[in-house]
Write a protein that binds this ligand. Sequence first.
Ligand SMILES: *Cc1c(COP(=O)(O)O)cnc(C)c1O
Length: 405
Amino acid sequence: MRHCVRDVGSFERLLGIKLDQAERDAFHQTVSRFPMSITPYYLSLIDKDNLVNDPIFMQSFPNHQELIIHQSDMADPLHEDKDSPAPCVTHRYPDRVLLLVSNTCAMYCRHCTRKRRVGDLDSIPDKETISQGIDYIRRTPQIRDVLLSGGDPFLLSDDYLDWILTELRAIKHVEVIRIGTRTPVVLPQRITDDLVTMLKKHHPLWINTHFNHPKELTKSSCRALAKLADGGIPLGNQSVLLAGVNDCPRIMRVLVQKLVANRVRPYYLYQCDLSEGLGHFRTPVGKGIEILESLIGHTSGFCVPTYVIDAPGGGGKIPVMPNYLISWSTNKVVLRNYEGVITTYREPDSYEQAFCDRNCASCDLQLNLDSANEQELLGVEMLLSDSDETISLIPKGNERYERRN
Ligand SMILES: *Cc1c(COP(=O)(O)O)cnc(C)c1O
């Protein structure tokens, strides 16, 4: 970490290249807004003979286009700051929260969605601040899944992380803990035996990492993944769809297959967010759908990530896929498969629809009520239910409805 490359001189020296004056000027302008930090390991993967097209270079080295603010750009498109009921906490979904335990990363990814904060205060929140976040989780019993994020939680010392995990584990309603980290990609040396030994004490623990290109799956990072997997930690991967880096069905197919070969399950493929400074990385949504089209059916089901758009304004992740349902009648569904074969599924002639008033005690289906948490009906789920009279969801401020009142 001490040897992270943060200035253009060191960058040139280590790669043995020379940027021209215009490139240096552009660099200085860009880093005055969005700083640079590259681990020596990640820098060593850069192909200096083809800088402009190199996926490692593009993800790590400042691009002058980051300074172009597009009309759709927002500082905090996901409203993470607004959905924060306590320090370090983003609570968006009913049963899970983000706990931001570190304000720093091994490398500053150029496509960071929290770009507004990068380099602001490269720090680890103190115990007092994190305790306030943990207190919120303690007094909010519907939270059963806590996602440690940041920054990168693996930039904390083993002892400090051990303390956080121990505190969370002591909370009865917290069933699973997840950690999001890019260290297996940019600082695989961080995955030490000591770290894994500590993590193993806190099962069930899941880890999501962030590979975007097959070039990142080096011997070192594969070794790091193997250590984590051998520690019994289920591994997932979240990629971001990035123009010029991985917006190609063939690259994506190689990436997901290599991940699975290393016991990592592709989890999400993100449409690039509307954060400021990411304009040059964005692709149309159609590119993501095209990639999924080339994965679904063509390769193992568990190679296929869910393609999501994180809704601006804090709406959360919305899955998007190609359409497979072509038509529907009262007893037949018409579908198409990945090869283009159009087929039908005949639905049952009779199906006894059990009326559900959400009174599980009087239902014939077997459910152990002690272990089943009742959740409030929400959104479209509510429209589908028998037990709720709501027939439509009406946007706030709808004029037609306001006239009625
Ligand atoms: C992504 C995210 C989660 C976790 O979502 P999953 O779909 O369960 O992986 C939780 N909270 C916030 C704010 C998120 O952005």
